[in-house]
Design a binder for this molecule. Sequence first.
Ligand code: SF4
Length: 223
Amino acid sequence: MSVKAFYQYLEFLKLAGIQDIFIKEPEPIVEAVEEGCVDKARILHDLSQKYANCQKCGLSQGRINLVYGQGNADAKLMLIGEGPGANENKTGQAFVGAAGELLDRQLHAIKLTRQEVYIANIVKCQPPYNRNPEANEVQACMPYLLEQIEIVAPQIILLLGRVPAHAILETTESISRLRLRRHLFREIPVYVTYHPAALLRDPKYRVPTWEDLQRVRDHYFSL
Ligand code: SF4
């Protein structure tokens, strides 16, 4: 049952004579998205402001900027990375620096631009020394990502690296195996590939990543 339908049901119960129901109006954001009549970019922007001072996990300690996500709020393709690095923490933008430039080139190679996709991360604040986010940090931040997925409603998700692959697909399987098949997350087709930073560290990932991107490209342009 949708949130809106749930509130309508509660209203119905009240009208039917059950008086001990106290209805708090739903969050305008949730209601508006469900009605499909709002500016999704504005909603995402408002949420990024709302969470800017989040203290739900220890990663808030090193935060200069929350890196919420960016791109086309109506994107058919959503990319999900791991978390902000130092450059992202300084700028508040996702995928800047060398990994970001490589990501731009990868998108260009499949005839897409950053402006056409939506980019988010598993955690919104930089882990210290760029370590992997810990399970409790992933868990604390996951509701924000799930909300983004719900709002953008992409038709394809591409997971960049092990951290997002394991967090979203709830597995510990290796990337080298996960990338070989298409997955589903909440009925959305999901592809897995290596993080751009991994390609910068080790060129052996270039060929398999290009194979993965071609699969995403073919799917994207068949929509
Ligand atoms: S990583 Fe996510 S949950 Fe943790 S403080 Fe930052 S925004 Fe909040």
